[in-house]
Design a protein around this ligand. Structure first.
Ligand code: PXP
Length: 237
């Protein structure tokens, strides 16, 4: 059964819209946990547009499940992770202007620096996951970094869902996951998953965890967060 990591960034976006402390991403994390989340994911962006440094500290101190800190591969972020000691770091590409994480890491291009950060973090006892497209060349490069986990970007599949390219996009995820398993790399997946498109992804070989944010927080506007999380949990169980 795949684990559910709930991404709470969008709660922080809502909070920041008014500059106060409501709604509190920590409170959302605790509700998510109480309703089936196996982990909490938060992306500390360079521009701190949603999650802030103090959110990471509060989450680390108070959640009872696993904190997955998403971040760019920069010296500043590596330092923050070493201090915060989350359960896991997911390294993602980051551009300031993007609306959300667009595409996976180019591990081939940034191999040396990803390898260095992965070694530093894993030596400190923090699991490292690399967010990559389901592309065998990027997977091979990921293997060379020594990262124990990869998170496959499901965005192409999600965009293709219900159309003629869906089967091809899903097959790419299956193939990449199969190769990861063969190489002893743990498999996570996420981005763009929702209540309609999530179930076919569950067939990915070796799948450990799905990270889902936007659809769950969006649904919570209509049904409440507890119901939105438990419904997703039921779908993936
Ligand atoms: N996984 C990673 C690495 C991400 O960057 C994101 C978006 O922040 C997600 C999963 C969750 O994507 P979504 O919000 O589309 O569910």
């Amino acid at each position: 059964m795949a684990l559910l990591g709930v991404n709470i960034d969008h709660v922080a976006t809502l909070r920041n819209a008014r500059g106060g402390s409501y709604p509190d991403p920590l409170a959302a994390a605790l509700i998510a946990e109480a309703n089936g989340a196996d982990g909490i994911t938060a992306h500390l962006r360079e521009d701190r547009r949603h999650i802030r440094d103090e959110d990471i500290q509060a989450l680390k101190a108070q959640i009872k499940t696993r904190l997955n800190l998403e971040m760019a591969n920069t010296p500043e972020m590596v330092e923050i992770a070493l201090n915060a000691k989350p359960y896991m770091v997911t390294l993602v590409p980051e551009r300031r202007q993007e609306l959300t994480t667009e595409g996976g890491l180019d591990v081939i291009r940034y191999l040396d620096s990803l390898k260095e950060s992965t070694t530093t973090l894993q030596t400190a006892g923090i699991k490292v996951s690399l967010f990559i497209d389901p592309d065998l060349r990027q997977l091979e490069a990921s293997r060379q970094t020594g990262a124990a986990i990869v998170e496959f970007h499901t965005g192409t599949y999600c965009e293709a869902f219900g159309g003629p390219e869906q089967a091809k996009a899903l097959a790419a995820l299956m193939k990449a996951a199969e190769q990861a398993v063969a190489w002893g790399i743990e498999v996570n997946a996420g981005h763009g998953l929702n209540y309609d498109n999530v179930q076919p992804v569950l067939a990915m070989p070796g799948l450990v965890e799905l990270n889902i944010g936007h659809s769950i927080i969006g649904e919570s506007v209509f049904t409440g967060l507890a119901s939105a999380v438990s419904r997703m949990k039921a779908l993936i169980s």
